[in-house]
Design a protein. Structure first.
Length: 738
């Protein structure tokens, strides 16, 4: 059923703004709209009609609740009259169901009951599918937001040019999902950025590998660090007479350190300045003989070699870190190199101690493990340099590789989220597949039952029953001057029949007669169809009736209301109610007659009022507050007092109030005198008083320019008419009346 109508810029509805037209809320199925002529009722009906015909009014929408099957929109308005009567000589016949056999009727009823159950079940299945689809979409939205986080390192960097996604989160998700999870963790985003930067600008140049001569260092430390010199003291010769004394004192290294001071002392002790024995120099020379000097020389050479390799390594590491970005950016190269240099310096310090005190033992800590660590880091640096040089040989290919690696990195980071989403998605797809299979089975069953039902109806349908029904209703409301009949014995069209049983054209009818016959024809179409293959049950029919008494005498208002009540009411417990009924009218008598208890519509209906100020709008209406046409006219005055309405609409309501009240009270001359006096006293309002003094159809002139005054000003002048005529109490009562 229709849950709401939105009208934007159509006829009297404001352009550039969607004006909402409410409908009776579920489970109520009848919406009654009351409004004066020109308030916008017809526009509402036309928007619904064109929606039903698949020709929607631009910028207007009709919202319909979910339906398992198609709906029929049966709309009675001027377009219906034109299409079926004014432009044709004979109207199409209506195929309706005649009397069925007991067996066929039982079969037909069973089919209809089963179809109703199947359609309800099918609608429930579709509802479940919609729930699954909504959850699936929420899961996709959540996954899209989660996976998009891995695009952030790319979005704000130079890598974004490889993807050109902008804010296309779904596009990023699609690409990441299409990427196979890598077996090993890919390189970091920083590494990818470095690779990309190396291919553009000043960094896009070939580079030379970093050389540290680590093999030479390995050979040198293999010879120096394990040498036996470090664990063996270098001792003086025992052949010197000084050897026992020096050994007792244990100051061999101190004596040696002062040896070079002996010659400048000229035979005296360089420390205590006492005269030394004449053979002391020879004994000292014999103490530190060639064997001692040779051993000390070997230690000195090894120290110098150790100093050389340490300084060489330190320089080359410093150069690599300063000049080669791949070395500087490597996570451990610089740290391992500095650790090795520091280690070599510690050993070098111990070698210095050995030279200063040859008679002592020292221990050099092996360096080869650190050299191996640096060798591995160096290989990684040079591997990147070689890869960089290879990329420069084919930059587009290298950029594609970086792009693929970026996707692999994102796939690696989002693996848990993708796996969880895939699990939920598989579950939802399984559920939806089951619902789709159920839906298809129900659709097939419904189609089969509908086809069987159509065949039953087709076997026992015809246009004769409709002819009898329409003519019976004509007699019911007292129309005896004409009837309808089939245009010929085998014809499937209707024609007018007058006295003498001679067919006549529909064009020969008066406007009032056309209104009656067309409306009766419309009511009959609600239970039949012009095409026997296009039957729609009442449960799938939306009925819209727009002012069926607009051209009728007041005598027929109650008859037409009774006909509408019989068709769309709830008096027959065996009949199925229509899916929805929408009635629009300007006539309060007709409006109230529809709500008469005999039709049992009231409990199933919601009432609304269509009103027009500058533009049309629709508001809820309490039917108890609107009792008759006269009350409706006063309602317009009360709204004007509250700032709602237009001056021409207000003036027209006032004119009809004066005509109705003072004619009914036989005080017509009194009000005419009051108006003439007020015209003379208040010249600014003369056009207004002149207008309201005319009867509703007194002449063809319609004055709509009454000057630039507020609505409340006119209400005040209207009060003066009643004051002057001697009926202020009636004015006060009607203005306060609720």
């Amino acid at each position: 059923m229709i849950t709401g109508v939105s009208i934007n810029g159509y006829k009297s509805f404001e352009p550039g703004k969607a004006t909402m037209v409410p409908m009776a809320p579920h489970p109520k199925r009848v919406s009654l709209f009351y409004g004066l002529n020109g308030s916008g009722k017809t526009a509402i009906g036309q928007v619904i009609d064109r929606h039903g015909r698949g020709e929607p009014v631009p910028h207007c929408t009709v919202t319909v609740s979910h339906q398992a099957s198609a709906l029929r929109y049966a709309v009675y308005n001027e377009d219906f009259v034109d299409a079926h009567f004014r432009s044709v000589a004979a109207c199409p016949g209506i195929f309706t169901v005649g009397k069925l056999s007991a067996e066929t009727l039982s079969k037909k009823d069973a089919l209809e009951s089963r179809l109703e159950i199947q359609r309800a079940e099918h609608q429930e299945v579709r509802s479940q599918m919609a729930v699954i689809d909504q959850r699936s979409q929420r899961e996709i939205d959540t996954l899209t937001q989660t996976v998009y986080q891995s695009y952030q390192p790319i979005k704000q960097s130079a890598l974004s040019g490889l993807f050109n996604l902008g804010r296309d989160r779904a596009g990023w998700l699609t690409q990441v999902q299409a990427t196979t999870k890598p077996a090993h963790e890919p390189v970091t985003w920083d590494e990818l950025l470095a690779q990309h930067a190396s291919l553009i600008g000043s960094q896009a140049t070939s580079r030379s590998p970093v050389v540290l001569d680590l093999d030479d260092i390995s050979q040198a430390i293999a010879q120096i660090e394990p040498s036996a010199h470090w664990a063996a003291p270098i001792v003086a010769s025992g052949d010197s007479r000084l050897a026992p004394f020096i050994e007792m004192l244990g100051n061999q290294d101190w004596v040696r350190s002062g040896q070079h001071y002996l010659e400048p002392a000229h035979g005296d002790c360089p420390f205590c300045q006492r005269a030394l024995p004449t053979d002391f120099p020879d004994a000292l020379a014999q103490l530190f003989d060639k064997r001692y000097d040779r051993a000390l020389h070997e230690v000195t050479l090894m120290r110098e070699a150790y100093v050389s390799l340490t300084e060489k390594l330190q320089r080359r590491v410093a150069d690599a870190l300063a000049q080669e970005p791949f070395a500087a950016d490597h996570p451990i190269f610089g740290a391992v190199a500095r650790r090795l240099v520091d280690h070599l310096r510690v050993n070098l310090s111990r070698l210095n101690d050995k030279l200063a005190r040859p008679g002592e033992k020292i221990e050099l800590v092996p360096s080869q493990a650190l050299v191996d660590d640096l060798h591995r880091a160096l290989d990684e640096v040079n591997t990147k340099i070689r890869a960089h040089n290879a990329r420069l040989e084919d930059v587009p290919k290298a950029m594609s590789a970086i792009r693929a690696t970026a996707l692999s990195r994102a796939r690696w980071e989002q693996d848990a989220a993708l796996a969880a989403a895939a699990s939920v998605g598989a579950m939802l797809n399984e559920q939806r597949s089951a619902e789709v299979e159920h839906s298809n089975a129900l659709r097939a069953a419904i189609a089969a039952d509908e086809a069987e039902h159509a065949n039953i109806v087709k076997e026992e349908t015809g246009v004769d029953h409709s002819v009898k029904a329409i003519n019976a209703r004509l007699k019911q409301i007292g129309i005896l001057a004409f009837s309808i009949k089939k245009a010929g014995p085998t014809a499937f069209t209707y024609a007018i029949a007058r006295e003498g049983d001679q067919p006549d054209e529909f064009r020969s009818l008066s406007e009032g007669e056309k209104t009656l016959i067309t409306f009766l024809y419309f009511l009959e179409t609600l239970t039949g169809a012009a095409d026997p293959d296009l039957f729609f049950p009442a449960s799938r029919t939306i009925v819209v009736i727009d002012d069926p008494i607009s051209s009728l005498s007041q005598n027929y208002v109650f008859d037409v209301a009774d006909l509408v009540g019989q068709v769309v009411g709830y008096t027959d417990p065996q009949s199925q109610p229509f899916a929805q009924v929408i009635v629009l009218t300007h006539n309060l008598y007709f409006f109230h007659e529809l709500l008469h208890p005999k039709h049992q519509i009231k409990d199933h209906a919601a009432c609304f009022r269509v009103r027009k100020n500058t533009w049309s709008s629709v508001v809820a209406l309490d039917a108890k507050k609107l009792r008759n046409d006269y009350e409706g006219l006063w309602w317009t005055v009360r709204e004007a007092r509250d700032g709602v309405g237009t001056v021409p609409g207000l003036a027209n309501a006032m004119r009809q109030i004066l005509e109705t009240f003072f004619t009914f009270t036989s005080m017509k001359k009194t009000v005419e005198a009051a108006l003439d006096a007020l015209k003379d006293e208040e010249t600014n309002f003369k056009p207004f008083y002149r207008f309201v003094s005319r009867e509703s159809h007194a002449d063809g002139d319609t004055i709509t320019d009454f000057g630039d005054f507020e609505l409340s000003d006119y209400v005040d002048r209207f009060r003066r008419v009643f004051d002057r005529a001697g009926f202020p109490q009636h004015f006060d009562f009607m203005m306060a009346h609720v």
